[in-house]
Design a protein around this ligand. Structure first.
Ligand SMILES: Cc1ncc(COP(=O)(O)O)c(C=O)c1O
Length: 416
């Protein structure tokens, strides 16, 4: 095996990995099925395992590590804040939250920020805000609001969210679910139009569906949904938790189509790959429906997260990560497209975010991910035979070329 810059794998070196995987299996709940790679350290686009093997990280923790592992600006902020104050709860003010919310609101072109922790919490919070707005502002009778979502969505794992998932593995056994959601085909504005009625308060969408396989909608889709929402006094909620903050070559994926949602949901990269930090961002007439006691989170907007988030927002505001993602993303897509017909069926995506459909006869996505890991490239499969490539935005063109070469070797070996 060849690993760029790393030592060769020898069979005897597997003991530490096997022991670590077995130890984890004894006490870690089995809600994931990770590849047998045991990270010990990481820097930039690279992860080093407990055996000293190096891997190019082409998952970036589902885009939570957009700026690379341990980006120096982010770790400097974290270290400084650890030495100041980390948590006071929202029972008191802290000197970091105001500047963070001001900076994030400005980045989004909105007035207010509701800070939370995980992505799913931001989604739940956005849904609560939309329902409250429906009752308080739109005049929908209490308990009658409905929200339109897209088939094959992925918005997280809470009961309400999995209740409107189309994935049986996400739903089965977890009911009863929260009512009030209508799922329609993604990419079809006419289906949204048909589902809207007087009690519709919001349309919740991923502008590009991530877990579904990096599905980019037709160009007229988001503008048409935006127009429908405006026409019917319905909030457009963009879940940019995975697609936002420079991943696709723009600050937000919605920017590709010039669409401004009423509510942005952000997470993952907002915490700089260091802390969980998510947010609901909207104008005052929407987020202003929340009053003291109606919503909250002990850790939401804590000083450590807020300090890191402020640094992240200032980095995104510079625009350099968006440019990197656009330029290197074009390179990644070009290189991957060269493999169409050699084991690859299709390549989709925008920026440094690519969904790659492999020939199912070559093996499952999971098998291919494992073979790629053996060659020093970490990717994640989704839905059968699709692999996603989403390296940190600090990856280089040479590293992309190397990773795609490893992928070509894996495809060739699988086909022989
Ligand atoms: C679009 C989208 N929304 C929400 C979530 C949930 O985020 P979290 O895992 O932080 O709860 C994810 C996670 O992958 C996501 O991709």
């Amino acid at each position: 095996m060849t690993i760029l810059g790393g030592p060769a794998l020898d069979a005897g070196a597997l003991d530490g990995t096997e022991a670590a995987v077995a130890a984890a299996g004894r006490h870690v709940a089995h809600n994931y099925s990770p590849l047998p790679v045991v990270a010990a350290s990481a820097e930039g686009a690279w992860i080093t395992d407990i055996e000293g093997r190096r891997y190019l990280d082409c998952l970036a923790a589902y885009s939570a590590v957009n700026f690379g592992h341990r980006h120096p600006e982010i770790t400097a902020t974290a270290h400084a804040q650890l030495d100041a104050v980390t948590l006071v709860s929202r029972a008191f003010h802290c000197d970091r939250l105001g500047p963070f919310c001001a900076a994030l609101a400005q980045l989004c072109g909105k007035d207010l920020v509701l800070p939370m922790n995980s992505g799913a919490e931001a989604v739940e919070s956005g849904l609560k805000v939309a329902r409250k707005w429906g009752v308080d502002v739109k005049g929908v009778p209490a308990g009658q609001a409905n929200i339109i979502v897209a088939d094959n969505n992925f918005h997280g794992r809470t009961i309400s969210i999995v209740g409107f998932s189309s994935d049986p593995a996400a739903r089965d056994g977890f009911g009863p679910f929260t009512p009030g959601f209508r799922s329609v085909p993604f990419g079809n504005p006419a289906a949204v139009a048909q589902a809207i009625d007087d009690n519709t308060v919001a349309v919740l969408l991923e502008p590009i569906q991530g877990e579904a396989g990096i599905i980019v909608p037709p160009d007229d889709y988001l503008p048409a949904v935006r127009a429908l929402c405006s026409e019917h006094n319905v909030l457009l909620i963009a879940d940019e938790i995975q697609s936002g903050l420079a991943r696709t070559g723009h600050t937000f994926a919605c920017d590709h189509w010039g669409v401004v949602p009423d509510i942005y949901l952000l997470g993952k990269a907002l915490g700089g790959g260091v802390v969980p930090l998510s947010a609901v961002v909207a104008n005052r007439e929407i987020l202003g429906v929340l009053h003291p006691g109606e919503h909250g989170s002990t850790f939401g907007g804590n000083p450590l997260a807020a300090a890191i988030g402020t640094t992240v927002v200032s980095m995104v505001a510079r625009g350099e990560f968006q440019s990197c993602s656009a330029e290197l993303g074009a390179h990644l897509h070009h290189r991957l497209a060269e493999l169409i017909g050699s084991g690859v069926r299709a390549v989709r995506g925008l920026g440094l975010w690519a969904g790659v459909d492999i020939e199912p006869t070559l093996g499952t996505g999971k098998e291919m991910s494992r073979r790629l890991a053996d060659r020093g490239v970490l990717v994640k499969d989704t839905h059968g035979s699709t692999l996603r490539f989403a390296p940190p935005l600090v990856v280089t063109a040479e590293e992309i070329d190397w990773a795609v070469r490893q992928f070509a070797f894996v495809l060739r070996d699988a086909g022989s």
